[in-house]
Design a protein around this ligand. Structure first.
Ligand SMILES: [Zn+2]
Length: 119
């Protein structure tokens, strides 16, 4: 009967048909590796979302004072990544607000973004 290759270390071993690892160490090592890769991905997404929120929060203060919107290009230059957001809320006027936590934006008709804060 031919042996199988361990999913973690690749070593050839003999064992029951359902055995995938040469030993317990390799089995837990692979599980830990997958867990830490997932964790790394979560951290990356969290990081982008928090940076987006920080940019929105700063622009909110600024645009409230100046009473005007912000250009899409401008917010991208600050490092805002549009594909990352936490939720989308329908607003009273029929528009949709795209949020990163408590701060978000609405696309205005003139192609600018109005920064909003969720109450
Ligand atoms: Zn192994």
């Amino acid at each position: 009967m031919p042996g199988k290759n361990c999913l973690f270390c690749g070593q050839n071993f003999m064992g029951r048909a359902d055995k995938k690892f040469c030993n317990d160490h390799c089995r837990s090592a692979l599980h830990n590796q997958i867990k830490s890769e997932n964790h790394h991905h979560f951290k990356e997404v969290d990081h982008v979302l928090k940076r987006n929120r920080k940019i929105l929060a700063a622009l909110f203060e600024q645009t409230q004072k100046q009473k005007k919107g912000i250009l899409t290009r401008k917010i991208q230059e600050l490092g805002f990544i549009f594909s990352y957001h936490t939720h989308i809320l329908p607003l009273e006027n029929g528009e949709e607000g795209v949020f990163c936590y408590d701060y978000g934006y609405i696309k205005t008709k003139c192609g600018e973004l109005a920064i909003i804060k969720q109450n």
